[in-house]
Design a protein around this ligand. Structure first.
Ligand code: ZN
Length: 157
């Protein structure tokens, strides 16, 4: 029996939908399927002894550094923050010796409060007022944005 296009796509992603499945339901299932594929791909890659994970971003700068210092799971989380950072608008609101004050806000989240980020170009040190980095050691996308603007390629300690 010949399958039509949607039936064969459904089979490929293990999708048990029918004509009454809504688009939202479809995207939910499809998203979960892509995550599963990605996870499987990562596992295969790692079992092949390849220590550098694949990324949709070019393997340069902070992404490359993250890939070399983080576990695979942490690297995937870092990629997500990096993606948010690329969607941000950053504006300088204060500047003096060894201090540049930025306001960073995601372009698609107008209700989201802009965060203040302080950058010291003499030491490349960074602080964000969401205090993620100080409290959890996890670099937030606000800070990543500013580091990226300054072409910093190493994630701070
Ligand atoms: Zn932050």
């Amino acid at each position: 029996m010949l399958l039509n296009q949607s039936e064969s796509t459904n089979n490929a992603i293990g999708f048990k939908g029918n004509k009454s499945t809504t688009l939202t339901e479809f995207f939910h299932i499809f998203g979960a399927t892509v995550d599963r594929w990605r996870y499987q791909e990562d596992q295969n890659e790692f079992s092949c002894g390849n220590s550098m994970p694949k990324s949709d971003f070019p393997m340069v700068g902070m992404i490359k550094h993250a890939a070399s210092v983080y576990t695979l799971t942490l690297f995937r989380d870092f990629e997500k923050e990096f993606k948010y950072a690329m969607g941000c608008i950053s504006t300088i609101h204060h500047m003096e010796d060894n201090f540049i004050g930025y306001k960073v806000q995601h372009e698609s989240w107008p209700d989201h409060t802009a965060k203040h980020v302080a950058f010291d170009p003499s030491t490349n040190s960074i602080a964000c007022y969401c205090r993620n980095f100080e409290e959890s050691g996890w670099l937030c996308f606000h800070a990543i944005r500013v580091l990226h603007v300054h072409s910093i390629i190493n994630i701070p300690e």
